[in-house]
Structure formats: C-alpha cells, structure tokens
Design a protein around this ligand. Structure first.
Ligand code: S3P
Length: 432
C-alpha cells in the first residue's frame, strides 16, 4: 500500500452491521481509488468528531444515534440539515467541515423507481426519528403529502412541523394504512412489528431496516410491492459519494459489493499504535466474553524467554517480525479468542490479510501524547530516542494507512479501558 490513502467511514453505535463499508470499499476497488472506508464506533458525538479530525478523515457517514446530536457540533450545515435537524454526511475540504443530509434522496429515489413521480401521492411514514423525518421531508419536497404516525405524539408533531407533514396518533394507524398508497416504515427491527394486512394490494411498502425485515414475506402474501432498505442505503450513498469524491456512481456500481463484507467474529483482534491500551483492554474483554486471551508480544516473550526489548537488540527487528507473524498466522481458524497485536503487526501483508479476513478487527486510536505517556517506561525499543513523541509521530505516519486497511472498526482509546472494553463488547453482542 502507498501512503496518503483517503479515509472515509460510517460512525454510529451499533455500527458493526453497517453495509456502507462494503459498498464504498467495493466502489474504491473497482474504480482504483486509493481510499478506505471503515466503521467508527463511539459513545458520544464529541468522540466521533475527535476521531474525524484526528486520525484525519476526508468524509464520514453518520448513523444512529448521532444523526441529530452531531448537527450542533458542525458549522456550515447544508439546507437539508437545517430543515430536517439531522445529518448523515460530513465532509472535510480545504474550506472547512461541511455536513449534509442525503437520507431523503435515499427514500425518494427508491420510491420513484417503482412509483414514478411522487407528485400528489399520499404517503404514510411510521416513526418520527431521524429516518422518519428525512423520509417525510423528501416526500414533501417531491410534491407528495406525508402523514407521520409515531407512538409518542409529541415527536410526531415536531417531525410534522419540521417537514410540512400532518401527524396522527398510533391509534389511527390501521385507517391510514388502508388509505395510503406508499408506506414507509422506519422502526428498528427490534420494535414490535405492525400489522400490514389492511394495506390495499398494489401499494408500496419501504422498510428502512436492511438488516432484516418483518414485512418482506407478508408483503408478497398481501400483494404489496416491497422495497428493501438496502435500496435506500444505496440511494443515500450515491449523493454522499458525490460529496466525498465529486462524482455520482451508478446504482449498479454500489450494489455490486453490497454483501461482500461479512465479518468473521471467532477471533476479536485489537490493533493500534503502541500505548493505546490493546493489552489491558484485550485482557478485560476476553474475561468478560469468557474467551481466551493472547497477546502477541507476551506470546513471543514466552517462546523465546526474552523481553521484546532484548529481542530487538540481540536478534534485530526483522527476526522479531518473523516471530510476530508466526504467532499471528498460527491462530487461523481458532474461535472464542481475543488477540492483542503488537503495534507493528500490521506492517506485514499476510498479517493484515489475516486480521482483515479472519478476525473482527478493532483499531484502538489514542492521541500520540496519550500513547507516549502510557509507555514512558523505556520498554519500547522503537521509541528509544531523545524525542519519543517525534519518533512516535514519524512511525504513526507510516502506519496509519495500514491500521485503516486492516481494521473493521475504529474506536477511540482516549478513555478508561473499561469503557473501551464495553464499547467493543456491545458491538460484538449486537452484531451476533
Ligand atoms: C512495536 C510495538 C510493541 C512491540 C514492539 C514493537 C511496534 O507492542 O511489539 O516494541 O512496532 O509498534 P505494543 O504495540 O503492544 O506496544
């Protein structure tokens, strides 16, 4: 890999399920674009912002629960962000940081493929969260009339006022289902499914949940036209790509690799620079999952009977890298294991391939100041210079692209190890 790769990503929590990395990385590969798209898991919008600026992303998509809460952190909101109060795309260019909402295109472009023009159509939006608001906003923009129904009336009322829609209580659901030709469901898959048997045959139903849907089969039985949430996903990614890279890919280009990225979760690997807390977090994570824990440095020390520092001085870095590779590759096929990797393990192509294809790989990122502070005990041979911070900066510059290339998920480790551990634990649990 060459240096200077452009970093893109999707931030949310949970975020492991996201298919955005698959569609964007597929596109980058097919078009020969030197870029990488990763998942960013975080507890708070501030954490997302700090990971956006450092290690340095060119652009990110944003998913739940940060679509609304990030708006106030960014200047220059686009018109669609102001009108919907939510964003799903953040871009950095030479003029600053900008944010957009492309979700409403996702909805209207998906519907137009089946319904033609939306002008004068009567549409029902179920759910008044970020996705519901964007759907209603897009529909009204296209000349349709939108009605929002939500369990909490206050939320429905607010969403309706923002988007120029009407709103009703959930008690009116069945009447509205029977009257509407277009129905958009934005409830999470985990919410109690609604009864769609009263919808007129020939109507269109779009379910935002692309992970799984309660309505696909039932739509077939009831003579409804079902639109999968992944069409919405792709149709919002096309204008997002235009914001990121200045061109609009074809739908078919984005669809090609939609299912190309399934994460192998038998081994959970932690990568990242020295002093980012991989060993401490890894050990805690293994204990809480009931998994075995392997630390590549500790494993090498056990085999050789020498501390890493001595191996570097007596055998050299090349010999150490060979030992490191042997440890990593010997784990292929193992299950229920947490693996903490030495900071340089990603240099080797085969190691990266293994981490990418055979593990759920988390990149722990700390500011260099914090990393160096954590390891000022002289135990890291590569930082034994007069100015460890400068040496760390040089080394990290060379490795950043390699961490990005190997990882599935990036998380901040500028917090206590138990919070890092909990974030990874939740991501794994929610994605199983
Ligand atoms: C190294 C990181 C160290 C250890 C060795 C080399 C590196 O592990 O493997 O000093 O090249 O970054 P940690 O990342 O656990 O500090």
């Amino acid at each position: 890999m060459t240096e200077g790769i452009k970093l893109f990503g999707v931030a949310g929590h949970p975020v492991m399920h996201s298919k955005s990395p698959a569609i964007f990385n597929g596109l980058f590969k097919n078009r020969g674009i030197n870029a990488r798209y990763v998942r960013i898991a975080a507890w708070s919008p501030r954490e997302v912002m700090s990971l956006f600026t450092d290690p340095g992303f060119s652009g990110i998509n944003v998913t739940a629960p940060f679509k609304n809460s990030m708006v106030s952190l960014i200047g220059n909101p686009g018109e669609d962000v102001i009108k919907t109060g939510s964003l799903n795309t953040i871009v950095k260019d030479k003029h600053g940081i900008h944010c957009y909402n492309t979700d409403h295109y996702g909805v209207t472009e998906s519907l137009k493929k089946y319904a033609g023009s939306l002008k004068g159509e009567k549409a029902l939006v179920i759910g008044a969260g970020g996705a519901g608001i964007s759907a209603a906003y897009g529909l009204v923009k296209e000349g349709a009339s939108a009605t929002i129904i939500n369990r909490t009336m206050e939320k429905a009322e607010k969403a309706a006022a923002l988007t120029g829609s009407s709103f009703y209580s959930i008690d009116n659901l069945q009447n509205h289902l029977a009257e509407s030709h277009i129905i958009i469901i934005t409830l999470p898959y985990e919410a109690e499914p609604i009864d769609i048997s009263g919808i007129k045959a020939g109507s269109i139903i779009l379910d935002a949940s692309y992970k799984n849907s309660h309505y696909r089969e039932k739509s077939g039985i009831n003579g409804l036209r079902f639109i999968d949430g992944s069409e919405w996903l792709i149709n919002q990614a096309i204008p997002a790509c235009e914001h990121f890279l200045g061109f609009r890919p074809a739908y078919s280009e984005m669809e090609q690799s939609l299912n190309a990225d399934s994460i192998e979760k038998g081994i959970i690997s932690l990568i990242g620079f020295m002093g980012t807390g991989k060993s401490t977090t890894g050990e805690m994570l293994a204990a809480s999952l009931g998994y075995e824990f392997i630390d590549s440095d500790a494993e090498i020390e056990k085999h050789t009977g020498m501390p890493v520092e001595r191996i570097f001085t007596e055998c050299g870095e090349t010999a150490f890298r060979e030992m490191e590779k042997k440890v990593l590759l010997s784990l292929k096929g193992r299950k229920n294991l947490v693996l903490s990797c030495g900071g340089g393990a990603v240099i080797d192509n085969e190691n990266r391939k293994f981490l990418k294809n055979s593990t759920a790989c988390f990149w722990l990122y700390s500011s260099l100041e914090n990393s160096v502070k954590r390891i000022n005990d002289g135990s890291r041979p590569l930082l034994k210079t007069g100015n460890p911070l400068a040496a760390a900066g040089e080394l990290f510059k060379k490795r950043k692209d390699l961490y990005a290339d190997a990882c599935d998920v990036l998380i901040s480790s500028d917090m206590e190890p138990d919070k890092i551990m909990e974030l990874i634990h939740e991501e794994i649990r929610l994605s199983l």
